[in-house]
Design a protein around this ligand. Structure first.
Ligand SMILES: Cc1ncc(C[n+]2csc(CCOP(=O)(O)OP(=O)(O)O)c2C)c(N)n1
Length: 294
């Protein structure tokens, strides 16, 4: 879903210029998925870097000497002091993410606030895309935001939900998040679209494009204040819960991962203590400033 959003053209953005003023905004409401965003940016940036090295074409060069480009070296500092934080900051190499989100559901009000600010600023064509899991829809603030978004006519807000019936617990999410996306968004006046084939590229791209650019009839000027925010749901095909690995198997996998991680970090040129890719240093602020939690 995240890749479909970035690569389908649904969202206007530029990996080289995350500060791009007229670009669409991205809020990772499912803040726990920060590693997904980090690694995706690293892959894109690596592709750019390789292309530039091959062609020397300035279109593929990082502006500002790659100061804001998150690369694979930065991934090795994930959750290490001074490195990429567990919940992303809108700073340094993660300017792409427009808010620090950690607690489930807390990105929804932020995304709505950003959408409102853009409307008030006279830039309603700039969209705000937020991604959340269905587990993040349970806080009261999510309900209040759904209601006020409709009242404020935030047609520039697109909320993507990875409705996979799965969280961090052993039981299915549907045991606490009953109903469907339509049940959760429809009564609040949101337009709900989606696909059951959440693991298939084409249906997901179609859904994301429809959510971002499909008809939104309530948007006419006469209904400005009550136009429908656009919502999308993406529902993965139901899968059986994965079998829980034994402690021994888990230990083996984690041990192997730690060894690979350790050797990669050791091999980095010019590394002493701490970790590479310090976003805080890059934007001229101390690591303490940039790793502060909200
Ligand atoms: C308020 C709050 N409580 C608990 C957590 C811990 N937590 C991290 S991820 C997660 C499950 C999220 O499930 P879902 O939103 O469905 O996302 P998915 O697992 O599908 O990515 C929980 C409960 C949290 N981040 N915030």
């Amino acid at each position: 879903m995240f890749l479909a959003l970035l690569l389908s053209g649904a969202m206007r953005w530029d990996v080289r210029r995350p500060w791009f003023r007229y670009g669409d905004r991205f809020v990772l409401s499912a803040g726990h998925a920060a590693p997904l965003v980090y690694s995706t940016l690293a892959v894109f940036n690596e592709a750019l870097r390789a292309r530039f090295e091959r062609t020397r074409d300035p279109r593929f060069a990082f502006p500002t000497a790659a100061k804001f480009a998150l690369t694979w070296e930065d991934l090795l500092g994930f959750r290490h002091r001074g490195g990429l934080p567990g919940h992303a900051e809108m700073a340094g190499k993660t300017l792409f993410i427009k808010a620090n989100t950690g607690p489930s559901g807390h990105g929804i009000p932020v995304a709505a606030g950003e959408a409102l600010a853009l409307k008030v600023a006279g830039a309603p064509d700039i969209r705000v895309f937020a991604i959340e899991g269905e587990g993040g829809l349970t806080p009261g603030s999510a309900h209040e935001t759904k209601a006020i978004s409709w009242g404020l006519g935030l047609s520039n807000l697109v909320f993507l939900v990875d409705w996979n019936d799965f969280g961090i617990d052993e039981r299915r999410h549907s045991s606490v998040v009953a109903g469907t996306p339509q049940d959760w968004f429809g009564p609040y006046g949101w337009r709900v679209t989606g696909t059951e084939e959440g693991m298939e590229w084409s249906p997901v791209v179609r859904t994301v494009l429809d959510a971002a650019r499909g008809a939104n009839p309530g948007k006419g000027p006469e209904h400005r204040l009550v136009s429908d925010p656009q919502g999308a749901r993406l529902r993965q095909v139901r899968r059986p819960l994965p079998r829980r690995p034994s402690q021994a198997a888990l230990g083996r996998v984690l041990g192997r991962a730690a060894r690979v991680h350790g050797s990669l970090r050791r091999d980095l040129p010019g590394r002493r203590r701490g970790c590479p890719g310090r976003p805080g240093r890059d934007d001229g602020r101390s690591p303490r400033q940039t790793t502060r939690r909200s």
